[in-house]
Design a protein around this ligand. Structure first.
Ligand SMILES: NC(=O)c1ccc[n+]([C@@H]2O[C@H](COP(=O)([O-])OP(=O)(O)OC[C@H]3O[C@@H](n4cnc5c(N)ncnc54)[C@H](O)[C@@H]3O)[C@@H](O)[C@H]2O)c1
Length: 262
């Protein structure tokens, strides 16, 4: 096995559903001990049942990433129960908002607090442990919105651009401790967050037209990247934002390649 995560202890935030649930499941499948966290206990209960059924080691803990005390409690629990923290995946996220002129302050705060401050607080909670170990992998969920934002997404895009910047600063600060820090920028993966697959067919076609590969992403695509970044194979990658969008706007008009084919 090239990617060997056996015995590594991983914390995954927002692990109750969607991309985070698949990341947690894939890490567990690769042998990691996964501490999955989420703000919703119904989702955690469901994930816990899956872990039990598969005999995967780990734990499921309630945590609102906006709360410093709760983030610290997760890090403390991971060390108490499993002795170390090797991998942190800051996946928990929210979206929504609207055009700047009409954007509610609460929506701005929610995006910034969960996506950016939550990532910062979790990084702060695990960093002393990883430094003591002189080994760690921090992997943050950015978004294609940090590369090219959508109209009406000021709050979300600003938070994700912040995640990209935080990732680079932290990579510099933690390099001497042999801790890598990277982020990933997905394009469009249908989940409960966005319901892309439920959009009307014309809108779906228009969205798919922006992708060189012309297909939705799958949570497994992200999980595979996370496993790679968490492994020894990626030990020389840090401070990177990896575009995992199926080639969204890799060229100016990706749809033209498909029109030519018809
Ligand atoms: N799906 C996509 O196309 C896409 C694209 C770009 C980036 N992303 C990013 O990937 C990550 C996962 O997205 P998803 O599509 O699976 O979304 P999702 O809404 O399905 O899952 C997000 C999870 O985060 C949890 N969460 C929300 N607020 C929280 C909080 N305060 N504390 C702890 N947990 C909280 C939710 O309960 C949920 O389980 C997000 O950071 C998102 O911004 C997703």
């Amino acid at each position: 096995m090239l990617i060997d995560l056996k015995g590594k202890v991983a914390i995954v935030t927002g692990a109750g559903r969607g991309v985070g649930r698949t990341i947690a499941r894939t890490l567990a499948d690769e042998g990691a001990i996964v501490v999955g966290t989420d703000i919703r206990d119904d989702l955690l209960e469901d994930a816990g049942a899956e872990w039990e059924q598969n005999g995967w080691p780990g734990a499921h803990l309630l945590c609102d990433v906006r709360d410093k005390t709760q983030c610290q409690a997760v890090a403390d629990a991971a060390v108490e129960r499993f002795d170390r923290i090797d991998i942190l995946v800051n996946n928990a996220g929210v979206a929504g908002g609207g055009p700047v002129e009409a954007l509610a302050e609460d929506d701005w705060d929610r995006n910034l607090d969960v996506n950016l401050k939550g990532t910062f607080l979790m990084c702060q909670a695990v960093t002393p442990v990883m430094k003591r170990q002189r080994w760690g992998r921090i992997i943050n969920a950015a978004s294609f919105a940090a590369i090219i934002p959508s109209l009406g997404a000021a709050a979300y895009a600003s938070s994700k651009a912040g995640v990209a910047s935080l990732t680079r600063v932290l990579a510099g600060e933690l390099g001497p401790s042999n801790i890598t820090v990277n982020c990933f920028a997905p394009g469009m993966i249908p989940t409960d967050m966005n319901r892309f697959a439920d959009a009307d067919p014309a809108r779906q076609e228009a969205l798919l037209d922006t992708l060189s590969l012309r297909q939705w992403g799958d949570p497994v695509d992200i999980a595979n990247l996370v496993c790679f970044l968490a492994s020894d194979l990626a030990s020389y990658i840090t401070g990177a934002m990896i575009d995992i969008s199926g080639g969204k706007f890799a060229t100016q008009m990706p749809w033209a390649a498909y029109r030519k084919e018809r």
